[in-house]
Design a protein around this ligand. Structure first.
Ligand SMILES: Nc1nc2c(c(=O)[nH]1)N[C@H]1C(S)=C(S)[C@@H](COP(=O)(O)OP(=O)(O)OC[C@H]3O[C@@H](n4cnc5c(=O)[nH]c(N)nc54)[C@H](O)[C@@H]3O)O[C@H]1N2
Ligand SMILES: Nc1nc2c(c(=O)[nH]1)N[C@H]1C(S)=C(S)[C@@H](COP(=O)(O)OP(=O)(O)OC[C@H]3O[C@@H](n4cnc5c(=O)[nH]c(N)nc54)[C@H](O)[C@@H]3O)O[C@H]1N2
Ligand code: SF4
Ligand SMILES: [Mo]
Length: 731
């Protein structure tokens, strides 16, 4: 029997877990009361760690396609097949014929964060995709242009704020996103308990809205209009105060001029929010001792995602709340790759997609155009890692047909799901404890500065760790298949160290740093380096009491490095160190927003999340799918009556690209004119090996979401606000 202190990898909250094992079996999972960040909190999904470990459908060995379908194979054979097929395709069609897609768990996996880039570099392909362009890309674009870094995203300082304005987020179900905050429900309760205010704008009275001080229905896709009207009032009533960042912003006059166009009266009917309510909310935000504005999926996965993401931060900046306690603040993460690179303006479009000419952003193309690239013949093979794009991408039917037509498909994934059922080779990562963890990405977005490293348990004999899978593929793709993994890992470590030392101002050089990292290998060595060169690090002896991996290992519950601290101008990475209030790529999109003011689709579709679910991949865990069906079409009673629908009955939901038949659930928590269907369902595709999920299949909402409905500046998928029609389906 053994006890392990872990970090839950199942959402962005990074809760500390105490996991007990007997042999390889997990016997219990509970919250770690001594984790300084989560203080014992866990949600029901934490038990998913045990369920995942136990799941008989989770792959323990590779599968390779034979005439009889996917069949078990040895690791050597699976790697050999994958590398030979990829090599042949790259030789015949060039590197760009192989596309790679990294899904959401990539952001939660240290192995993938640190070694995914090595595989991408080895493949040398421009056809790079990820779940980012079906998620937070609009926020990355606005943060990149305003603050100089795609993840230089201000985080609401929830523990100290007096006033929190939430748009399009439901942290009481999602446990928070782009805001790492274990027990976010408790933290929101605390705002109200100390006399503060929580205001939610959402087309659904979500769990978060229901527990807020105030909730207002807002028409999907109109957040930018609402927020610009707030900005209008701030200028009109002389409430603009830049506070601490006053000397660090540019283009304030442009914003004043833009705001004039968005009087509350002009946007009231489009947003569904009365002009006097908008004025009152603007005044309250400006008057609060501290206030934060926060937007999430409802503001990014929509037609005006970049404008809405930008406007969220305009409100933070113009009310003096950026970079002040209780406002929206930047983190000071302990470990952050790329932190010492020189200031430079973010640039997009270094290359474009071949079919639609969409620009590269942060090195990637938008997932909504992958089907175009396959149909155009540019892409012949697809590697998916920790992703299920045939479930999660818009116009899933078209993408499925395109992926089925490819010459070769490789997946790194523990399940045979909607996407991997089509794969030619599937390489499964080991179990949830058999990986190291340090949340490099999520701690950059945490509401406190924290650090916690968890070592990996060794996988069963003969089973590679996920980073070893990636390194094996990377060295094979570089024609160095015979080189030992250790040698390739040394080369990867040397490259990272060399790159990161450039500009770090440390006395140590690459060789000395590598020598000081000793005999650690894999993610542990890279993390030791990143922690030591970070702001709390020992800087290889310059600050002997500073953090190292060894000192983190000695504090296995994690380390609290304190509340967020002001960071402007150092954190601003734009070329001139100024915050750009009016980037042209964003303001150029205002004409499209204004053209939409008078448009009034009669019925639109939005998404939602359930506490016990996680995108498409935790529906095979019995404890989490128990209870009433989750994949229901929520509809307001008046809309249900209009379409002759009854609760428990069925309705055909149709958009431009397709239709699904969903179970109806009538509820006045919906705004009239808006229906909600969650994503990540439809687990009844032929060839899937997910017995529990298939028994709770639901339908895939992305058969209805439109791959042409994009947020134009970012080309991110607009899942929310899809125009739809409804028809009753009789049994
Ligand atoms: N209509 C609609 N569509 C949406 C959304 C929406 O709100 N509405 N949300 C979008 C958002 S925000 C996101 S993030 C995407 C998610 O889209 P994806 O990332 O494409 O899909 P997931 O369902 O997260 O699938 C994750 C996959 O990773 C596998 N996996 C889990 N852990 C690991 C691991 O450690 N290693 C490896 N190799 N694999 C692992 C799982 O088995 C699963 O197959 O969906 C998007 N799609
Ligand atoms: N339990 C659970 N937790 C999760 C996930 C999960 O699937 N399940 N997924 C994880 C992932 S990948 C992500 S990205 C995060 C997402 O985290 P959140 O963004 O907090 O997640 P959602 O619950 O989708 O909340 C989005 C809200 O936006 C509303 N909305 C839709 N359209 C609009 C609009 O146009 N304007 C406004 N103002 N609101 C709108 C919806 O009604 C919904 O309440 O959650 C993560 N955590
Ligand atoms: S809130 Fe997220 S990190 Fe915490 S236990 Fe639940 S799933 Fe895990
Ligand atoms: Mo996401």
């Amino acid at each position: 029997m053994a006890t392990h202190l872990r970090t839950c990898p199942l959402c962005e909250a990074t809760c500390g877990l105490v996991v007990e094992t007997e042999g390889r079996a997990i016997t219990s999972v509970r919250g770690d009361a001594d984790d300084p960040f989560s203080r014992g909190y866990i949600c029901p999904k934490a038990y998913g760690v045990k369920a995942l470990s136990d799941d008989p459908d989770r792959l323990r060995a590779p599968l390779v396609r034979t005439d009889a379908g996917l069949a078990p194979a040895t690791w050597d054979d699976a790697f050999a097949t994958a590398l030979a097929r990829l090599a042949a395709i790259r030789k015949q069609h060039g590197n760009d014929a192989v596309a790679i897609y990294i899904g959401n768990p990539g952001a939660h996996s240290l192995d993938l964060m640190l070694y995914g880039p090595a595989l991408i570099r080895a493949l040398g392909t421009k056809q790079r995709y990820s779940a980012s362009s079906a998620d937070q890309l609009p926020k990355m674009v606005s943060a990149g242009l305003m603050f100089g870094g795609g993840l230089t995203i201000p985080v609401p300082d929830v523990d100290r704020t007096d006033h929190l304005l939430i748009l399009g987020a439901n942290p009481r179900a999602s446990n928070g996103s782009l805001m790492t905050a274990p027990d976010i429900g408790g933290r929101l309760d605390a705002i109200r308990a100390r006399g503060g205010t929580v205001i939610v704008l959402d087309p659904r009275r979500s769990e978060t809205a229901a527990a807020a001080t105030e909730h207002h229905f807002i028409r999907p896709g109109t957040d930018a209009l609402f927020l610009l009207a707030i900005v209008h009032v701030l200028f009109a009533e002389d409430l603009v105060r830049l506070g601490a960042v006053a000397d660090h912003v540019k283009h304030l006059d442009e914003i004043r001029a833009i705001a004039q166009r968005f009087a509350p009266e002009r946007v009231a009917s489009a947003t569904g929010i009365a002009a006097d309510t908008i004025r009152r909310l603007a005044r309250a935000h400006a008057a609060a001792p501290s206030a934060a504005c926060y937007g999430r999926i409802g503001t990014t996965c929509q037609e005006f995602g970049t404008l809405a993401s930008w406007a969220v931060d305009l409100v933070n900046i113009l009310t003096g709340n950026l970079d002040r306690p209780g406002g929206a603040m930047f983190t000071t993460p302990a470990a952050l790759p790329g932190r010492h690179r020189p200031r430079a303006d973010v640039r997009f479009g270094r290359f474009t997609s071949t079919a639609r000419g969409l620009p590269e952003m942060f090195g990637e193309l938008p997932i909504a155009t992958l089907a175009d690239e396959i149909e155009a013949g540019t892409v012949k093979a697809l590697i998916t890692i920790a992703g299920n794009p045939l479930s999660s991408a818009p116009n899933a039917a078209r993408l499925s047909a395109a992926v089925a037509s490819l010459e070769f498909r490789l997946a790194i994934d523990p399940y045979v799901n909607e996407t991997t059922r089509l794969a030619d080779v599937i390489l499964p990562p080991p179990g949830p404890l058999e990986r190291a963890s340090y949340d490099v990405a999520l701690y950059q977005l945490a509401v406190r500065n924290v650090a916690k490293f968890v070592p990996a348990l060794p996988p069963p004999d003969g089973t590679p760790a996920e980073w070893e899978i990636l390194v094996t593929l990377a060295k094979g793709a570089m024609g160095m298949g015979a080189a030992p993994i250790a040698m390739a890992d040394d080369a990867i470590a040397r490259e990272l160290v060399k790159r990161e030392l450039d500009g770090a101002g440390l006395a140590v050089d690459t060789n000395a740093a590598l020598a000081a990292l000793g005999d650690r290998r894999g993610p542990a060595r890279l993390m030791d380096f990143l922690i030591r060169t970070g702001p709390y690090g020992d800087r290889f002896g310059e600050h002997p009491d500073g953090l190292t991996l060894a000192s983190l290992l000695a504090q296995p519950h994690g380390v609290d490095l304190g509340p967020l601290v002001p960071g402007v101008p150092q954190v601003i990475r734009t070329g001139d160190a100024k915050i750009d209030l009016a980037p042209t790529l964003i303001t150029d999109d205002l004409a499209r927003l204004e053209a939409a003011i008078d448009r009034a689709p009669s019925l639109v579709l939005i998404g939602r999340r359930h506490l016990r679910s996680n995108n498409s991949w935790m529906h095979n865990l019995p404890a989490l799918v128990k209870g009433p069906a989750r994949c229901t079409l929520l509809i307001h009673p008046s809309d249900a009556a209009h379409h002759g629908l009854t609760s428990g009955g069925r309705a055909e939901l149709r958009g431009r690209v397709g239709a699904v038949v969903a179970q109806v659930e009538i509820s006045d928590e919906m705004m009239p004119g808006v229906v909600s269907l969650p994503h990540g369902f439809g687990h009844d595709q032929p060839g899937m090996r997910t017995a529990v999920a298939t028994a709770h299949a639901g339908v895939n909402v992305n058969l209805v979401s439109d791959d042409l409905a994009l947020d134009v500046p970012s080309a991110n998928a607009a899942f929310n606000g899809v125009p739809v029609t409804l028809a009753r389906v009789d049994a």
